[in-house]
Design a protein. Structure first.
Ligand code: UDP
Ligand code: MG
Length: 321
């Protein structure tokens, strides 16, 4: 609704996938959080191909709201890509990204803005506590953050939440990225800039349910790690070198033994063990290499990152595709 020239405008980007149960509570909560802020804002809701009536609800709540832009993607592209679609349309001097389900409370937004005004280019919400998540999910999250911190060049703070603020500077950099696997949290921590952190308690979902199954979360973690680290590839080079060295030593031993004591037939058990062990290692290493080839495959196709079905913007003429 405003232009870049207006330096006090911020954009709020909200990805939405099947959030009909809670969507009507979302906007009032955001309005309330921003009420005390003397700052102009625009909301950009990105419907990530919802199969419920989320889009109709969005159309309904956007009536008489000149500060709402609605983007409908042609199918489900995943949250991170939906966020990119929204950021691409954002005109604000800063962009806040927040989930539609109010798990990351909008009341934190003033805290993010304060850090931004203090000169931080990227402000990241850190989950102090995760309410309503079972211990398996918490443990998996812990392992994931530890792993990515240790083996990648992406300084991802543990427990960094989905809530964040990006200054226009950071937004412009992020929009230049062309890679297909968009792990948003990874990217915003990879690009550098001055980062600030705001702690908060993650609430339970007030309605609907989490969109991620354990399978999806695992696939997501593999994608994230292989996008930011080459260590999984290197491990197999090291494993290969070690196996070859051990094999060589064993070969020398067998050779010397045969010379000194003559040939011997027994050894079935050790043969089977070696075949199984090395076969297993080879299969795992092929799997890991395939992950990277999969990334290459996606990059080479160079398809558009997302497809927009419809946009409802206050000045639709300018914004229509
Ligand atoms: N979401 C999305 N596309 C998806 C999955 C989720 O746009 O494929 C949105 C969802 O509507 C919500 C946010 O991303 O606003 C976070 O999703 P969810 O609450 O399921 O994730 P969790 O909080 O369990 O990590
Ligand atoms: Mg959630």
């Amino acid at each position: 609704m405003t232009t870049d020239a207006d330096n006090t405008t911020i954009s709020i980007v909200i990805p939405v996938y099947n959030e009909a149960d809670i969507l009507r509570d979302c906007l009032p909560a955001l309005d309330q959080a921003l009420a005390a802020e003397d700052i102009r804002h625009e909301y950009i809701f990105v419907d990530d191909g919802s199969t419920d009536n989320s889009w109709d609800i969005l159309l309904d709540i956007s009536r008489n709201r000149p500060d709402l832009t609605l983007i409908s993607l042609s199918r489900r592209f995943g949250k991170d890509i939906a966020v990119f679609a929204g950021i691409g349309r954002a005109a604000g001097k800063a962009v806040v990204v927040i989930d539609a389900d109010l798990q990351d409370p909008p009341a934190i937004i003033p805290g993010l803005l304060q850090k931004w005004r203090q000169g931080h280019d990227i402000v990241i919400g850190i989950r102090r506590r995760r309410r309503g998540e079972n211990w398996i999910r918490r443990l998996a999250a812990k392992i994931f953050y530890k792993l990515i911190q240790t083996i990648s060049d992406c300084d991802l703070p543990p427990d960094s939440g989905d809530l964040c603020l990006l200054d226009r500077r950071a937004v412009d950099v992020i929009l230049q990225f062309t890679e297909r696997t968009r792990y948003f949290k990874g990217l915003i921590n990879w690009i550098g800039f001055r980062r600030g952190f705001v702690e908060y308690t993650r609430e339970k979902r007030k309605g609907g349910k989490s969109k991620w199954s354990y399978m999806q979360l695992t696939a997501f973690a593999i994608d994230a790690i292989t996008s930011y680290s080459r260590l999984p590839l290197r491990i197999w080079t090291l494993a290969g070198i070690s196996a070859a060295a051990i094999g060589f030593c064993y070969g020398v031993y067998v050779f010397v033994y045969t010379i000194v004591f003559g040939g011997r037939v027994p050894g079935y058990a050790s043969m089977v063990m070696l075949i199984l062990f090395l076969g297993g290692i080879q299969l795992i290493s092929i799997g890991v290499i395939s992950e990277y080839i999969g990334h290459l495959f996606l990059e080479v196709k160079n398809r558009p990152l997302f497809v927009i079905r419809e946009i409802k913007a206050p000045d639709e003429k300018n914004k229509a595709e």
